[in-house]
Design a protein around this ligand. Structure first.
Ligand code: AMP
Ligand code: MG
Length: 397
């Protein structure tokens, strides 16, 4: 059994970059940028009015101003503003030469055809050319995970074909002779296969391509056959079940038989102890324990960061610090434990009712999980804990 930190290092040191490709802008949310992105324009591209109002000279705010033209967004002003003059201007319009402020329309009145400023303000209401970004600036770095904000910036700098990392293809095999598909009603000794659907969702959420390879019975031949068959079609295999000490737990032996080097076979973590990680050439394999929470947590802690590394990103996991509202205690402390928590209204983290590694329902009520380190049997109320978030939205109260 190796410490969790060693397992994580072994996984993260094993990466191989799969290369880049281009994707059209609308298909990139969630993916990883494969190159730095440089702006081909200033942003804003010109001195731009932030308000509907009148563009004029600050020095003239006490005068009744002559209106020389109207400037809608999208049209270049035709005249320069001279003393005593102003131009009616719309939000997004180009501020005309000679003007150094825009007075918002609400602070003006028209008297005898001229503009009178009724409320003076020191706010200039101009967004200056290049104040956000200058031509040639790197606006986004290689390795960035694209979210809607990045999509907007890519669009703004004219990057319609986006250089993105190739997405690893991840073959998902659930092993277990007791398993049946979610659409069927289990008999006395059967259980529904929830790991296939869970892993497909986790893989998709990590911007990788899930390749569902179905349920395989607990037979070395059957497991070996799927691996052999799919070897060249996937970058990573994820297997669930069959990695423990039981008589029907064949996965580690099958993997070795199929030529995988097993880089570890047991990790001092709870849940997830029997986790296996191996490599054959450019193909990687994680053998995850069958219990759904083990699958869930080991994926988030080891598989997810590994996937992002394969795409050239250090990201993928969000951890926030919060105070613990109630103490967390345990009897044995020989393994790092990960336990589900949710945020109270005051932002404190609270451990939720959790019955162990089969209790995946607990994670529908959790915002994330915390780690209780090896050698720690209690974390006291009020102490700071690192919460690894497991969802983008907060759990409803
Ligand atoms: P194993 O790791 O194969 O010993 O399985 C541990 C526990 O997880 C057993 O109770 C299995 O029935 C359960 N389990 C295994 N695979 C799945 C699956 N695909 N979906 C839900 N539960 C599973
Ligand atoms: Mg099993």
């Amino acid at each position: 059994m190796i410490p969790f930190e060693d397992a994580r290092r072994i996984v993260m040191d094993s990466v191989l970059y799969l290369g880049g490709e281009t994707a059209s802008l609308d298909q990139t949310c969630g993916r990883v940028l494969a190159e730095d992105i440089v702006s081909d324009i200033d942003m804003p591209p010109f001195d731009k009015s932030a308000m509907d109002g009148y563009a004029c000279r600050k020095a003239d705010l006490g005068l009744a101003l002559e209106i020389i033209e109207t400037i809608p967004a999208g049209r270049t002003p035709s005249e320069k503003i001279a003393g005593g003059q102003c131009a009616k201007i719309m939000t997004g319009g180009v501020v005309p030469e000679g003007a150094d402020c825009v007075v918002m329309i609400e602070h003006t009145e028209i008297r005898d055809g001229r503009v009178v400023i009724t409320k003076k303000s020191s706010v200039l209401n101009i967004c200056y050319q290049a104040e956000d970004v200058e031509t040639g600036d790197v606006v986004l770095r290689k390795g960035t995970i694209i979210t809607p904000a990045e999509v907007a910036v890519l669009a703004a700098v004219g990057c319609a074909e986006v250089p993105v990392a190739i997405r690893p293809r991840i073959g998902i095999i659930t092993t277990g002779s007791e398993l049946l598909s979610p659409s069927k009603k289990p008999s006395a000794a059967q259980i529904r296969d929830s790991n296939s659907s869970q892993l497909q969702s986790q893989v998709a959420r990590a911007a990788c391509v899930p390749v569902p390879l179905g349920i395989v019975e607990d037979s070395p031949e059957a497991i070996g056959a799927v691996i052999e068959e799919e070897m060249d079609r996937v970058d990573i295999f994820l297997l669930s079940g069959g990695v423990s000490m039981g008589e029907f737990d064949h996965v580690p032996a099958v993997l070795e038989d199929k030529g995988f080097d097993l880089l570890f076979e047991k990790v001092a973590m709870k849940p997830g102890k029997p986790t296996v990680f191996g490599r054959r050439g450019d193909t990687f394999v994680f053998g995850l324990p069958g219990n759904p929470v083990s699958v869930f947590v080991v994926f988030e802690l080891l598989v997810r960061p590994f996937c992002y590394r394969l795409m050239g990103s250090e990201g993928g996991t969000v951890t926030v610090t919060a105070r613990l509202s109630e103490p967390v205690a345990r009897r044995k402390s020989d393994r790092i434990a990960h336990i589900p928590v949710r945020f109270d209204k005051d932002g404190k983290a609270r451990a939720i009712e959790y019955h162990g590694s089969a209790h995946i329902h607990a994670y529908t009520l959790a915002d994330g999980f915390i780690a209780v380190p090896v050698g720690t049997s209690e974390i006291k109320a009020g102490e700071n804990v690192a919460v690894t978030l497991t969802r983008e939205t907060r759990v409803a109260d």
